[in-house]
Design a protein around this ligand. Structure first.
Ligand code: FO1
Length: 328
C-alpha cells in the first residue's frame, strides 16, 4: 500500500536513530516524506572522550549523512578526510591509535568541546553544529547528561568492562559481550524537546539501528520508553536483522548479550507489543510474519536492503503505510 501523499504534508515523524543504519534510513525517509516534520532522537551512548575532546559518533553520522559530508563507503567520518593530526598525536605516543579521527572531523569535536566547556548543553551544541550542516531534520541528543555504553567482556580469563568503542572498533566485537551497560542512564534525563516531540508525534519509527546499543540505549533514558508506549500513535520498526544475520555491523553480538536470538521476529518480541505496533521484516523472512503477528505486532515482509536512496525511500513508505494501517 503506497502511502497517501496528502497525509505527508505536515506529518510529525519522530525517529530513534543510532549510527549508520539509522542515518541511511533517514535519507530515504526524507525522500519519501519531503514535507514531513522529522525529529531525530539520537543515541549518545557511543560517545567517547578522546584527546580531551567529546566525540559523538551517532549524532555526527546523522548530521554528516543528511548534511552531505559523510564518508559514504564507511558510513562514518567525513568525506575527503586526511589524518595529519592523528599521525602527529601518534608521533607523540599519544593514543589511542585504534580510533580513526580525521582532520576535518576533529573540527567538529573541537567546536563541540569548546561549547560544552562554555556551559552549553549537548542539545544546544548539536543545534549549533547543525546550523552548518542543515540536515533537514531536528536532531536531538537523547539526553544532555553523560551516558556511556560499556561492554562486559572476558579477555585472557580476566572479566572487565570496556567502552563500547573499544569493544566495537579495537576488539571488533571479536569476543562475546557478557553484558551491555548504558552507564549513567539511570541518573539521566531526556534532553529538552525529546518528550515533547514524542508527545506531539503523528508516528514514531525505529529504523534498522542496533536494537541494543542504539535504540535500546535511547529507550534506557528514564521516561522515553514510557512516553513512546503512552504516545497513542503508531510505532513502527524495521528489522536490522535479515535472514538471521545483521545487515551490517555486529548487532548479533549485542543481541546475544541480552539473550535475544538474532532473528527478525526475536527483535520484534524484544521491543514488545507494548511498544511496537508494526514491524517490517525483509522478504527473505516472510515466513516469520505470522510469528510476529502472534506477538500482537502487525507485520509485513518487504525488501529491507538499503541499497540506495530509492530503495530506502520505498522502505520508509512501507513503514508509514503500515503505521496508517495500524492507526485505522
Ligand atoms: N568505526 C570504526 O570501525 N573504526 C574507526 O576507526 C572509527 C572511527 C570513528 C570516528 C568518528 C566517528 O564519529 C565514528 C567512528 N567510527 C569508527 C564508527 C563508530 O564506531 C560507529 O559509527 C558507532 O559508534 C556505532 O554506530
Amino acid at each position: 500500500m503506497s502511502f497517501p501523499p496528502d497525509r505527508l504534508l505536515c506529518m510529525r515523524i519522530v525517529v530513534l536513530a543510532g549510527g549508520i543504519g539509522g542515518a541511511r534510513f533517514l535519507r530515504g525517509l526524507k525522500s519519501a516524506a519531503p514535507d514531513a516534520d522529522i525529529t531525530v532522537i539520537g543515541n549518545t551512548g557511543d560517545d567517547i572522550h578522546l584527546f580531551g575532546l567529546k566525540v559523538c559518533p551517532d549524532l555526527d553520522t546523522v548530521m554528516y549523512t543528511l548534511g552531505g559530508g559523510i564518508n559514504e563507503e564507511q558510513g562514518w567520518g567525513r568525506a575527503d578526510e586526511t589524518f595529519q593530526v592523528k599521525g602527529e598525536l601518534a608521533a607523540y605516543g599519544v593514543g589511542p591509535e585504534w580510533f580513526g579521527l580525521g582532520d576535518r572531523d576533529f573540527a567538529t569535536h573541537i567546536v563541540r568541546t569548546q561549547m560544552l566547556g562554555a556551559g552549553y548543553p549537548l542539545s544546544a551544541v548539536t543545534e549549533a553544529l547543525c546550523e552548518r550542516w542543515q540536515p533537514g531534520v531536528r536532531l536531538l541528543p537523547m539526553s544532555d547528561d553523560r551516558i556511556e555504553t560499556h561492554v562486559a567482556v572476558e579477555v585472557d580469563g580476566e572479566r572487565k568492562a570496556v567502552h563500547f568503542q573499544e569493544y566495537w572498533v579495537k576488539l571488533r566485537a571479536s569476543v562475546d559481550a557478557q553484558a551491555v551497560v548504558p552507564v549513567g542512564a539511570e541518573q539521566a534525563k531526556p534532553a529538552p524537546g525529546v518528550l515533547e516531540a514524542i508527545g506531539e508525534a503523528d508516528v514514531i519509527l525505529f529504523p534498522p539501528s542496533n536494537p541494543v546499543v542504539s535504540i535500546g540505549t535511547i529507550l534506557a533514558v528514564p521516561g522515553v520508553r514510557e512516553a513512546i508506549a503512552d504516545a497513542g500513535v503508531p510505532v513502527v520498526g524495521l528489522s536490522p536483522i535479515v535472514g538471521d544475520a545483521p545487515v551490517r555491523g555486529m548487532a548479533d553480538k549485542m543481541l546475544a548479550a541480552v539473550g535475544v536470538e538474532s532473528t527478525a521476529a526475536a527483535v520484534a518480541r524484544h521491543y514488545g507489543s507494548g511498544l511496537l505496533d508494526g514491524w517490517l521484516v525483509d522478504t527473505v523472512d516472510a515466513g516469520t510474519v505470522e510469528d510476529v503477528e502472534s506477538a500482537g505486532i502487525r507485520c509485513r515482509a518487504v525488501p529491507l536492503m538499503m541499497t540506495g536512496v530509492e530503495a530506502t525511500a520505498a522502505m520508509a513508505r512501507e513503514a508509514l503505510g503500515l503505521a496508517e494501517e495500524v492507526r485505522a
